[in-house]
Write a protein that binds this ligand. Structure first.
Ligand code: ANZ
Length: 859
């Protein structure tokens, strides 16, 4: 019972923490706070994967470290549990998504508890719990009240044969992924959230956030702000105008034709009789393509003439109006002025349809390209000639404003957020329809709970599954008693994760999604850790809702997540492939043909320089780690690792693999390495036979050397934890333990601080050792060891001893004698290997450099 047996220690401490509620969040606000948050998991049917504990261990270390540093810590977890997999499983098996979800959550909870994470389990949230989604619905009502939620006919992917709407990913080359049936873009009534109204604030808010630069850049690109002008082109012999958005108003004299998106409203009114059939035919074809297919630069341009002309306001020239699908209905105004001289797509199009090309920027002499898209000197542009692009933009905008033909404009790529899904397993909308008009329910009508249905598929007429629950759908307006129909769409899975971090601040609050006093104290989140796959959507949607809640006075903070870190993906074990020719190993780079590939295991290869070779040879092998996947058979199950090595080893290993944010291959052999390290920690303190403290552990005073080793470790671990550099912190602890094994005595005053340093990483073994060292209280709130610089200075000074400039030995003198020339020289001369040379000749000179070196010159 005395050697290191994690299975006996770990469940004991997990039970202790649970029954003592060790990690209950303090209710008071009288200490500084630290809110450390994990992206809550979707409880899938396959349980935790090894990527989960990576981020979760990192945040747990911080949570524990901060508690030991006197902070009130909020470290919660919950479940993002609405979503498609549970619903698809229900369609297949008839099992209600609620049952599947509950089962999966129970499994996830057990797994997380078996890893010893210090969550406050009293604050668990579950997005599918009516007590939770009541508030998701409540926030929707706020959005509705503010005019930020509206119904619109949105083009969706409609598959008539399957009778359903499909996601973009489910459509391949205009056909359904399942069955290969034609899919068309069809406008359908949907709920949309006006995120575009917050585009500028979502952009500005990024500046002050401590987030990875790449993530901020992805958000900026997604929002896609462009500054330019809106310009009105009059349609010849027609009362109407075409409004275009352009980022290059300076090129207007080169606008030789115009293009409308195939969905543009004006097409019907301006197309001439002769062109009507061709235009309608073209519109139909365009409806079958995705935006990506339409705008790809390499795709052959297509289009059709409407028969109508517009007047270029700059020079009064008549230019033809075309319809082409490289212009998207959803960006800018859905129409462009085409400037083939300066725009590549317009160039391709003009060449194909033989439209005029006028350059308005002077290309350099050696320019051989087609459209010249850079800036430069303006040409062929009347009063703009000679100006730079920058100047010309200002001049033409002023001129257009004077003429009443245009104005400066800003455009965003960001689109309003399509917020409804034709699914069962999501939050119902708190909306009824009375006389065909949407009407929000009152707050006291919440939550609108999901009705029971037997069949989770959409109905044959394309309605969501909720339409089957007729008793639920047909209701009355609580205000007037009139018959009403409930909204049968549900919210997308993003909804619940837009505000869960707020619920944790006051999970039982009955008046609002969050108690403002608690929000005031806990928010913003000080550290948020989760996958980089959420760089755009989740993080943007949550920021949007947060800003709306700020405007409603529900929260006091403008941004939810102050610091963000993405953990790197964990790949499967390295896979090695050697190559043979006629039974002999050859390098994969060799010129030989028809090599036989041979799978090798780790023991058959070794690292040489930057690559791996067949063990005992210089012959290179291919080495590569792949994403973990069932089909590849390289999935590591965290449960197996915990069973075999214990949770502390699992935690320590995942932090030791390499920098948190890096992509890293798994290596079970290295798990064994950290397991052995923990075994060494254990045996340093515990007698293998009796299970009691070793005799070497004493109350005696620590030596200078011991203090130095400890304080080096404290300094390194403390600064590394602050920087989330956990792998190097663990190395520092390993160095300490190696040092400690050299000592005969182990003062408690040295070992206790070390156990504290270890505790955030490997909390179970730390609690056990802490107890054996004589403490009755948990280590979770012990004071973090304080680093004292003075101990770093060693209490001895080393002098290298040279004779005639050659190194002949070294001495260690006590610190208080280090500058004592006579003492040091006497000690130096007494070294056997030095004395030998002194005897052979005559000492003519003694060079003494204090605290550096001794050199004796002999003749
Ligand atoms: C004339 C022009 C001349 C343009 C030139 C570019 C270069 P960003 O920067 O992405 O905002 N555009 C506008 N609306 C469009 C739509 N609905 N579909 C496809 N293209 C559209 O791009 C703005 C530019 O993209 C606009 O400026 C317009 O072409 C085009 F030398 O107008 B430009």
């Amino acid at each position: 019972m005395s050697s290191y047996k994690p299975e006996q220690i770990e469940s004991k401490w997990q039970q202790y923490w649970q029954s003592n509620k060790t990690f209950k969040t303090p209710e008071n606000h009288d200490k500084p706070k630290y809110y450390v948050l994990d992206m809550f998991p979707y409880p899938s049917g396959s349980g935790l994967h090894v990527g989960h504990p990576e981020g979760y261990t990192a945040t747990d270390i911080l949570a524990r470290y901060k508690r030991m540093n006197g902070f009130n810590v909020l470290h919660p977890i919950g479940w993002d549990a609405f979503g498609l997999p549970a619903e698809q499983y229900a369609v297949k098996t008839g099992t209600h998504p609620r049952d599947t979800t509950e089962k999966n959550i129970n499994r996830f909870r057990e797994q997380l508890q078996s890893l010893g994470f210090s969550y406050d389990w009293d604050r668990e949230v579950n997005t599918t719990d009516p007590d939770y989604y009541k508030w998701t619905q409540w926030i929707f009502l706020k959005l509705y009240e503010k005019g930020l939620a509206y119904e619109d006919d949105v083009p969706v992917n409609w598959c008539p044969k399957l009778g359903t709407v499909l996601a973009n990913e489910e459509v391949i080359d205009g056909k359904s992924e399942v069955g290969g049936f034609p899919v068309v873009k069809k406008p359908m009534r949907q709920w949309v959230l006006k995120i575009t109204e917050y585009a500028e604030r979502l952009l500005e808010g990024l500046d002050d956030l401590d987030w990875p630069q790449s993530t901020k850049q992805m958000q900026r690109n997604w929002i896609g702000k462009s500054i330019g002008a809106d310009i009105d082109f009059e349609i010849a012999d027609h009362g109407e105008e075409i409004k275009v958005f352009t980022t290059r108003p300076d090129t207007i004299f080169g606008a030789t034709y115009m293009v409308l998106a195939p969905e543009h409203d004006l097409i019907d009114t301006i197309t001439t009789e002769e062109q009507l059939a061709a235009v309608e035919d073209y519109q139909e074809q365009a409806a079958r393509k995705t935006d990506l297919e339409r705008t790809e630069l390499s795709k052959e341009k297509t289009g059709v003439f409407t028969g109508a002309y517009a007047i270029n306001p700059a020079n009064g020239k008549k230019v033809p109006i075309w319809v082409a699908d490289y212009v998207l209905a959803t960006y800018g105004t859905g129409a462009i002025m085409a400037v083939p001289g300066q725009d590549e797509r317009d160039w391709e199009f003009a060449k194909k349809f033989d439209l005029p090309i006028v350059r308005t920027v002077q290309p350099p002499e050696d320019f051989e390209g087609k459209a010249y898209t850079e800036e430069g000197k303006v040409i062929n542009s009347d009063f703009l000639n000679g100006a730079t692009t920058e100047e010309a933009k200002k001049q033409i905008i002023n001129w257009l404003e004077e003429q009443g033909a245009g104005k400066e404009a800003v455009n965003y790529k960001l689109r309003d957020w399509l917020f409804s899904r034709q699914r069962y397993w999501g939050e119902p909308f708190p909306i009824i329809h009375v006389d065909g008009e949407p009407k929000p329910l009152d707050e006291d009508g919440l939550p609108v709970t999901l009705p029971e249905v037997e069949d989770f598929e959409p109905t044959p007429d394309g309605n969501p599954p909720l339409a089957r629950a007729e008793d639920w759908v047909n209701t009355t307006d609580p205000e007037t008693g009139k018959p009403a129909i409930r909204e049968t769409n549900t919210m997308p899975q993003w909804a619940g994760s837009c505000w869960y971090y707020l619920r944790y601040c006051s999970p039982d609050f009955k008046e609002a999604p969050v108690d403002l006093a608690e929000e005031n104290y806990w928010m913003p989140v000080d550290l948020y850790v989760g996958g980089a796959e959420h760089s755009v959507l989740h993080l943007l949607y949550a920021r949007f809702w947060h800003k709306v809640l700020y405007d409603c006075g529900i929260v006091s903070t403008k941004e939810p997540f102050q610091k963000l870190v993405h953990q790197g993906m964990i790949l499967g074990e390295m896979e090695y492939t050697g190559f043979k020719k006629d039974g002999e190993w050859v390098s994969p780079d060799s010129d030989e043909k028809d090599l036989d590939a041979v799978k090798l295991v780790e023991d058959q290869v070794e690292k040489k320089g930057d690559y791996f070779v067949v063990k005992g040879t210089d012959i290179k092998v291919d080495s590569k780690a792949h994403k973990m996947s069932k089909s590849r058979g390289n999935v590591v199950n965290p449960d197996d690792i915990v069973d075999q090595y214990g949770a502390d080893s699992m935690r320590l290993y995942e932090m030791f693999m390499g920098p948190l944010e890096q992509v890293k291959p798994w290596s079970t052999k290295d798990v064994d390495g950290v397991y052995r390290f923990l075994g060494r920690v254990w045996r340093l303190m515990i007698d293998e036979e009796t299970g009691a403290l070793n005799d070497s552990i004493t109350e005696s005073e620590a030596s200078g050397e011991q203090l130095k080793a400890l304080h080096e470790c404290i300094q390194k671990v403390t600064s590394d934890v602050k920087e989330l550099s956990f792998n190097t912190a663990i190395s520092a602890m390993m160095i300490f333990i190696n040092e400690a094994y050299k000592w005969e005595e182990h003062p408690k005053s040295i070992l206790e601080p070390f156990v504290k340093l270890l505790s955030p990483f490997a909390p179970h073994i730390a609690e056990e050792l802490w107890q054996k060292l004589g403490h009755e209280e948990t280590i979770a709130y012990a004071d973090w060891p304080e680093f004292q610089e003075e101990h770093l200075i060693s209490d001895t000074q080393m002098y290298p001893i040279q004779v005639n400039g050659k190194m002949r030995g070294e001495i260690h003198v006590p610190r208080n004698k280090a500058k004592d020339k006579e003492y040091v020289l006497a000690e130096a001369k007494a070294v056997d290997n030095v004395a030998k040379y002194l005897e052979e000749g005559k000492l003519v000179k003694e060079i003494f450099v204090p605290e550096r070196i001794v050199n004796l010159v002999v003749k």
